[in-house]
Every structure is written in structure tokens, then in C-alpha cells.
Write a protein that binds this ligand. Structure first.
Ligand SMILES: [Cu+2]
Length: 328
């Protein structure tokens, strides 16, 4: 499952520990970590206004409906956020492309946003999430407890790789930006920003498809819908379940079948069906919905999440939280 290590932050931790031996033989922190989709998103960003706003909308949409734009990045080992205060409502986060943090894993290449007044509790619990082999009952129990702690200690509003953008509705309060991929969790020193003042009008950007996490605790599933046959320029990701979830959306060969995925999940092998394309989006809490800026190219994808279950510590994907979908 080496591919998962490259395409997901939290799953990377989990599988990184599980496959510590094989990791030693690979070039640390380098290849395939920059998925094609991320590159495409960056290009779209560079093209700026060309993509975003239909010409007929520019004059009709009042300025108040435009989301606040917040840029998050890393300088040295310090997470950065600008501006430091925004009004409640839809916020568009743009992940800067300036950060590189040295470290065994190459440092965080994903920055995440959360609201918590117990950051120390979350940081202390994180190592147990990635504590090792989940078939070890003690490890699994520790991971489950850690997830219950993390779930209860904050609200997670997503996170994305450098060059990516997403929108989410934020209430008034204090928020933290941090990168947690480095082996020293939270190695990118957290930055904070404040949401305060008169609420802004406006809704999340229109999306052409929705990925939804559903199901009760211990029995999470994915649901996917694409409206019509419009290409996916923006993707909605909603957590309608009861546990924390991240989204891995990895391109797979068109011939990939559920049986092949099932077999891969049960083995330690490196599946051959991945194309190298992927969209990786960090944890959102139950009740949170985000709009992620794509595009997402047409093709077959594997949706998965490797967050340990709050029930028994088993990674969600190993409990059935994966789905093959065809993007038109
Ligand atoms: Cu999950």
C-alpha cells in the first residue's frame, strides 16, 4: 500500500509506521508526493480569473457575496496566515507554495485548519493515532482512544496541499493553522487567526460533484454523486458521518475492480492499479462541508480514508470505507 503513503497525510503516518522497513529503501519524502491533480490545481490558480468567474456573473454578484480569502503557508518552521482576522461566513483558504520544512518525511506539505482550545491535548494524542500495527490490540485500543480524544477536543475544517484552495463556512472564534505531517507532530509551529464581526453573506462555491462520508460510528461509508456530465471544477466534500474523516481520491486504472481493491487492502503489497493522480484533503469534523477547487479529471478513482475508528482503532478503509467511482 505504498501508494497510500504518498497520497495521504494521516494514512501516511499509519502506513509509514507499518511499513517502516520498506520506507528505508525508498527516497525519503520525494517522489509521487506531488500528484498531477495538485499540479493542475496550481496551474488553474496561476491562470487566475480565467477559470473562476463566469463573465456574466462578475457584474451581477455583489461584492459581499465573495468569500474572504485567507492565505496559509509556512516560512521556516512557522505556519503563516494572512489576514489574521476575517468575518464569519465563507472563507476561501489558499495554500501557499512556499513551504519546505526539513524532516524525515520531508516536512508537512499539507496545512490544516481547526478550532480548538485544547491544541496541547490534540498534539499529545496524535502519535497514538499512528502508533503502529492496528492488529496489535493494545495499539488499536490506543488509536481508538486517541481519535475519541481528538474528535472531542476540536472542530476540523480541512486542510490541503500547497497550491490548493478550498472554501468552508467558519463561525466566530479562534482558529489554528498547522501542518502535522512531519514526524515531530506540529513541527510547523501553529499560527492562529480570528473570525469575528458582522457575518458575511454568501455560500460555498458551486460544485459539480459531492463526496459524502456517511454512516454511524464504526460503520463509515462513502457516497459519491456527480451532477450531469459537467467536468468537476469544484468538488464538495461533506462529513455527514459521526467520526472524523479525511478524503483520499486516488486515480486508478480503468480496469480496477472492487475485488482488486479488497485484495490490496488485505495485503502489504504495492498495488499496481494506481495512476499516480490524487487529490488528498485533510480531516473535517462531522457536520462540516467544504468546497475543494479542482479540477478533477475524468477517470476512475478510489475514495478512501485511513483514520482509525473510534470504536476499535481499525483504519476506516479496512472496515469498508472505500469506494471506486467514475468521474465523467
Ligand atoms: Cu474516515
Amino acid at each position: 500500500m505504498e501508494q497510500f503513503r504518498h497520497t495521504s497525510r494521516w494514512s501516511g503516518y499509519f502506513l509509514g509506521h507499518r511499513h517502516a522497513a520498506s520506507r528505508e529503501s525508498t527516497t525519503k519524502g520525494t517522489p509521487m508526493k506531488t500528484p498531477l491533480l495538485v499540479g493542475a490545481a496550481a496551474l488553474a490558480l496561476a491562470a487566475a480569473g480565467a477559470v473562476g468567474t463566469p463573465s456574466n456573473a462578475t457584474s451581477l454578484v455583489p461584492l459581499a457575496a465573495q468569500p474572504a480569502v485567507v492565505t496559509i503557508s509556512v516560512q521556516g518552521d512557522q505556519a503563516m496566515v494572512s489576514p489574521s482576522t476575517v468575518r464569519p461566513g465563507v472563507v476561501e483558504f489558499r495554500v501557499g507554495d512556499t513551504f519546505t520544512i526539513p524532516g524525515p518525511e520531508g516536512g508537512p506539505d499539507q496545512l490544516s485548519v481547526l478550532a480548538t482550545d485544547q491544541l496541547d491535548v490534540i498534539l499529545a494524542a496524535l502519535p497514538a493515532v499512528f502508533g503502529g500495527d492496528p492488529t496489535d490490540p493494545a495499539v488499536a485500543a490506543g488509536a481508538a482512544q486517541a481519535m475519541r480524544t481528538i474528535h472531542g477536543a476540536g472542530t476540523f475544517y480541512g486542510g490541503a496541499n500547497k497550491g490548493m484552495s478550498w472554501q468552508v463556512t467558519l463561525p466566530a472564534g479562534n482558529f489554528t493553522v498547522m501542518g502535522v505531517q512531519s514526524t515531530a507532530m506540529g513541527m510547523a509551529k501553529p499560527a492562529t487567526f480570528t473570525v469575528a464581526g458582522e457575518p458575511r453573506q454568501g455560500a460555498l462555491h458551486a460544485t459539480q460533484a459531492t463526496v459524502r462520508a456517511i454512516g454511524p460510528v464504526g460503520n463509515n461509508k462513502w457516497a459519491f454523486t456527480q451532477r450531469g456530465s459537467q467536468p468537476i471544477e469544484w468538488l464538495r466534500f461533506a462529513n455527514s458521518a459521526k467520526e472524523l474523516h479525511f478524503l483520499d481520491m486516488s486515480g486508478v486504472k480503468p480496469s480496477t475492480t472492487p475485488a482488486m481493491v479488497r485484495k490490496a487492502l488485505q495485503s502489504n503489497g504495492n498495488p499496481k492499479f494506481f495512476t499516480g493522480q490524487s487529490l488528498s484533503f485533510d480531516v473535517i469534523s462531522p457536520g462540516v462541508t467544504v468546497a475543494i477547487k479542482g479540477p478533477v479529471d475524468a477517470g476512475r478513482y478510489l475514495l478512501d480514508c485511513f483514520i482509525p475508528s473510534e470504536t476499535d482503532g481499525m483504519p476506516h478503509a479496512l472496515m469498508g470505507m472505500w469506494k471506486l467511482v467514475d468521474v465523467k
